[in-house]
Design a protein around this ligand. Structure first.
Ligand code: NAG
Ligand code: NAG
Length: 194
């Protein structure tokens, strides 16, 4: 009984305390196309693309509930999550003109009605108005079509990672990924939407 209770608590905390971010590299407001994924992001962790990769335009928080707040940031003071530019509850598409460098989330820390996502209405102070991030992490998966995902974690060789990301971000290519990189394909199951 106790064991079952502990198991249940672990399962609950597992689903509650980490979410996945989808960060879309192409311009557009609909959260589609090539994306990088930050898996298992804890509250107040800042995730954003590696140095040398510019940024992203739109993002979603998969697994965020209606009382969770996801925040998009631009870089400032050497931090990917320096100044907040856009935020919203739940898992909706956060999109607006300027490039973003980082994303974070927090629980019961902000509210913004749907459709109220005008840019730059939040975060006027040096660190924005939301909790400061405690740790910076990088996306660990990338996909061109939202169906097939590749491992881009910092654990894989830098040149392979760069080649995958270049292909993912190439808007015009019709070439398939170099077959020697197919070994980085992973099975990815998104968190369930709440
Ligand atoms: C902004 O962040 C810096 C560096 O972490 C900190 O020293 C400063 O107090 C923060 N400012 C505000 C207004 O929170
Ligand atoms: C991605 O590669 C790293 C380094 O080899 C590995 O630790 C990690 O488990 C891989 N991720 C997936 C989802 O396979």
């Amino acid at each position: 009984m106790l064991f079952k209770t502990i198991l249940l608590a672990l399962q609950l905390s597992g689903t509650i305390l980490a979410v996945d971010f989808y960060q879309y590299s192409q311009r557009g407001r609909d959260c589609s196309g090539p994306r990088r994924v930050c898996t298992d992001v804890g509250p107040n962790e800042c995730c954003g693309p590696a140095q040398g990769i510019e940024s992203f335009y739109a993002a979603q928080c998969r697994g965020c509930t209606s009382t969770d707040f996801s925040i998009l940031w631009r870089e400032s003071g050497g931090s990917r999550c320096g100044v907040s530019v856009l935020a919203g509850n739940g898992g909706g598409c956060l999109a607006g003109g300027i490039r973003k460098r980082g994303q974070s989330w927090c629980r019961l820390c902000g509210t913004r009605a749907a459709g109220e996502l005008a840019e730059d209405v939040v975060g006027t102070g040096p660190n924005g108005t939301f909790p400061e991030c405690e740790k910076e992490v990088e996306p660990d998966l990338a996909s061109r079509d939202g169906a097939t995902y590749y491992n881009i974690s910092s654990g894989i060789p830098a040149e392979d990672r760069a080649a995958i990301e270049k292909w993912i971000d190439d808007e015009v290519t019709t070439a398939s990924l170099d077959s020697k990189l197919e070994k980085y394909k992973v099975q990815y199951t998104p968190p369930t939407e709440e």
